[in-house]
Design a protein around this ligand. Structure first.
Ligand code: ADP
Length: 302
């Protein structure tokens, strides 16, 4: 196969591993910085140019689109689809999972376990919003945040009110969520490929911190997940329509709850925690599922 890999940085672990795995299987890979792609959307003759060159004859495209470039990145991915190139994850599925509200609404419609969550733009009654999700302690999240930035634990009503007020004062939309205290600062990252969880790791927050993000000092280790957690992760992936994704789960007293579905999961933490060749599994998924001109990959439409 001739594979396009949309990545802004060739030196990233995940990018390097995917190139290595594809080349080891006899494929050719071209790394493309998505922001440098420009497109012609003329009727029936879609094309993509890169540094003056017409990008043609690709069989498959692997999107590794950072959260900050979702809008343009999914447009480029969609253009590849218009040209008949098979996407590892479809543009519509990437966009669906990046929109936190839309993602939570779709998951809730399918009855998948979620933390009790409220969201607001300009509520006239902040106290009611707080009560709606069960009162404090609660977690307040900026809609645009990543890597744990903009995620705040408010232990008292007063703190919650003032954090919500100040976020809203900055014109940011917020998500207000039940605090899953029993998770003990740990979450579970399930790596889904196709309809299977192929690897899972636990991320434990450092002492005194409730956010388990590796970027916030969290530590990863191997974990055995329950059948319920396994099915929650695969159902969440299916609901988003993602073939490859990371599903983040918290263990709550009311069962596994999904926090997020990530369409460009990092490979470094999960490969080193589990000692598995995830990049190889991704490429072999492409080999099995790619078909000339096939671009609709799977999943619900929402
Ligand atoms: P980001 O997308 O910025 O990583 P998350 O929503 O994943 O933000 O939150 C970051 C971390 O904070 C999670 O990995 C988890 O450890 C912790 N966390 C988030 N929401 C909750 C919650 N409702 N209850 C308990 N811990 C939470």
């Amino acid at each position: 196969m001739k594979i396009a890999l949309l990545s802004r940085n060739a030196n990233l672990y995940s990018t390097r591993r995917l190139v290595e795995a594809a080349e080891a299987r006899g494929h050719t890979v071209r790394i493309l910085d998505v922001l440098r792609c420009y497109m012609n959307i003329t009727s029936l003759a879609p094309s993509i140019h890169y540094k003056g060159e017409d990008l043609i004859n690709f069989d498959a495209v692997i999107p590794r689109i950072g959260a900050s470039v979702t809008f343009y990145g999914t447009a480029v991915l969609r253009q590849f689809e218009m040209m008949g190139v098979y996407p590892l994850n479809e543009s519509v599925a990437v966009a669906r999972s990046r929109d936190k509200l839309r993602a939570l609404q779709l998951l809730s419609r399918k009855g998948i376990g979620l933390p009790v969550t409220g969201f607001a733009n300009k509520p006239d009654d902040i106290q009611d919003l707080i009560e709606m999700v069960g009162g404090t302690p609660l977690v307040i999240k900026l809609l645009q945040g990543t890597q744990g930035i903009g995620v705040v634990l408010a232990e008292t009503k007063k703190a919650a009110e003032s954090v919500i007020e100040s976020f809203l004062g900055l014109k940011a939309s917020v998500l207000v969520q039940e605090y899953i205290k029993e998770a003990g600062g740990a979450d579970i990252r399930c790596l889904v490929i196709g309809d299977k969880v192929v690897a899972a790791m636990k991320r434990q927050a450092k002492a005194g911190e409730f956010r388990s993000n590796i970027h916030r000092g969290g530590a990863a280790s191997l974990i055995k997940i329950t059948p319920e957690e396994r099915s929650t992760a695969t159902r969440a992936a299916k609901t988003m329509g993602l073939n490859v994704c990371g599903v983040d789960i918290l263990r709550s007293t009311h069962g596994p709850v999904v926090m997020e579905v990530n369409s460009s999961p990092g490979l470094e933490g999960i490969e080193s925690a589990t000692n598995r060749d995830i990049a190889g599994m991704v490429i072999s998924f492409l080999e099995k599922n790619w078909k000339q001109g096939k671009t609709g990959t799977k999943g619900s439409r929402g």
